[in-house]
Design a binder for this molecule. Structure first.
Ligand code: ASP
Length: 340
C-alpha cells in the first residue's frame, strides 16, 4: 500500500482560527510582568482575598522593578526578586503556600532562563529549598546542567549556600484544608457508582515573571507547588524549558500557568516563541494562537505572560481569570485579577 504523505484535511484543521477581535492588544512599554497563577473561580473568591492578592502582586512588581533600576541590572535579577516575594507569600502556589501532593507533601518545581545566550536552570520535586527559583538560577549559573531533581537538587542547593528549611515550612492551613476537602470528595466518589466523581477542581496558581532589562535582554522564570493532589514524583511544565518557561532575545520571554500536562505536550512557551521567530507574528497574535487556539481546543486550561524585546506584553488566558500585573518603563504598576 502506498504511504500517505499528506495528512488528511481533518488532521490539518485541528483548531479554529483566532479572529483578530479575539486578540487583546499588547500592552506597550512594559519592562516587567508577573503572574500569580490561574485565578480562583470568581464565585469562590472574596473581596478581602482579592485585596491581599493585589497587594502581594504589587509588592512583587515593585521589588522586581527596583532591581531593574540598579546599575548593570539584569532581567534575571528582576525575575528572581519578584518570584521570591511570591514564593515567600502564603497566598500563591509556590514556595510557602504550595499545594499538597496526594501523599500530603509539598514538592516544588522552578525554572529560569535568559534570552541572550539562552542559558537556563531548573529544579523539580524539591522539598527543603526555601526559594526554588534561587536554586534554578544556581543550577544555571553554577552547574553545567539545566535540570536537577529531588535529592540531587537539594544537595546542590545546600552546597551553593541557599537557604534550606524543614519540609514543614511549606505547610499552610489553607492548603491543608483544601487537600482534606479533595480527599473527602475522592473517598465519597470511590464509594459511589456514579459516572461523574465529585472530585474538587484542581488548583493552579503557579507564579512567574518576565523582564526586559536596559541592555535589551529578556528573562523569564516560573515557580510552583505543581498541581494539587498530584502523584508523588509528578513534575509539571513549570521546570520544563520550552513548556512553562522560555526566553529568546529573537522572540520573547514566556512564563505559563495552568494544566501542566498540556503545556508540556504542546510545548507552549517555545511554540509561542517559534510563531514569533519563524512566522514573524506579533506577540499578542502568537500568544493568542497558542493559548486561545490550540491549547483551549485541546482542553488545556491556563494562561501565559509573554514579553517581546520592544516591551510589548501579551497575557492571554483561557480561564475565568489569571492573577497578573506589570510595570511600565516609567515605574507605573498595574495589577489585574479577572477580565477587568
Ligand atoms: N502549571 C503548573 C503545573 O502543572 C500548575 C500551575 O500553573 O498552577 O505544575
Amino acid at each position: 500500500m502506498p504511504h500517505n504523505l499528506f495528512p488528511s484535511v481533518a488532521l490539518l484543521a485541528v483548531w479554529p482560527a483566532i479572529t483578530a477581535s479575539a486578540v487583546e492588544p499588547a500592552v506597550p512599554n512594559v519592562v516587567l510582568a508577573i503572574h500569580g497563577g490561574i485565578a480562583a473561580k470568581r464565585k469562590e473568591s472574596n473581596a478581602e482575598l482579592e485585596k491581599t492578592l493585589r497587594a502581594e502582586l504589587q509588592r512583587a512588581l515593585e521589588t522586581g522593578y527596583r532591581e531593574l533600576q540598579k546599575p548593570q541590572a539584569s532581567g534575571l535579577d528582576a525575575v528572581e526578586a519578584a518570584i521570591r516575594i511570591l514564593e515567600d507569600s502564603p497566598y500563591f502556589n509556590a514556595g510557602k503556600g504550595a499545594v499538597f501532593t496526594h501523599e500530603g507533601r509539598n514538592e516544588l518545581d522552578a525554572s529560569i532562563m535568559e534570552g541572550h545566550h539562552k542559558r537556563a536552570g531548573a529544579v523539580a520535586s524539591v522539598t527543603v529549598i526555601k526559594n526554588p527559583i534561587a536554586a534554578a538560577r544556581a543550577v544555571m549559573e553554577k552547574s553545567k546542567h539545566v535540570l536537577l531533581v529531588g535529592r540531587g537538587a537539594e544537595v546542590f542547593a545546600t552546597k551553593a549556600g541557599l537557604e534550606i528549611v524543614d519540609p514543614s515550612y511549606f505547610w499552610t492551613q489553607r492548603r491543608w484544608d483544601e487537600i482534606q476537602e479533595t480527599w473527602r470528595k475522592e473517598a465519597e466518589a470511590t464509594g459511589k457508582s456514579s459516572a461523574a466523581p465529585a472530585v474538587a477542581q484542581e488548583q493552579w496558581s503557579t507564579v512567574g515573571a518576565v523582564a526586559l532589562d536596559a541592555a535589551g535582554n529578556l528573562a523569564a522564570g516560573t515557580s510552583t507547588g505543581g498541581m494539587s493532589n498530584k502523584m508523588f514524583g509528578r513534575v509539571g511544565d513549570s521546570p520544563i524549558i520550552g513548556a512553562g518557561t522560555y526566553a529568546d532575545n529573537e522572540a520573547c520571554a514566556v512564563s505559563a500557568t495552568g494544566h501542566g500536562e498540556y503545556f508540556i505536550r504542546y510545548a507552549v512557551a517555545h511554540d509561542i516563541a517559534a510563531l514569533m521567530k519563524y512566522k514573524q507574528m506579533p506577540v499578542e497574535a502568537a500568544a493568542a494562537e497558542v493559548v486561545l487556539g490550540k491549547l483551549k481546543t485541546a482542553g488545556g486550561e491556563g494562561g501565559v505572560i509573554v514579553l517581546d524585546r520592544q516591551g510589548r506584553l501579551a497575557m492571554p488566558y483561557n480561564t475565568e481569570g489569571m492573577y497578573r500585573g506589570y510595570v511600565a518603563r516609567d515605574g507605573k504598576v498595574t495589577v489585574l485579577l479577572y477580565g477587568e
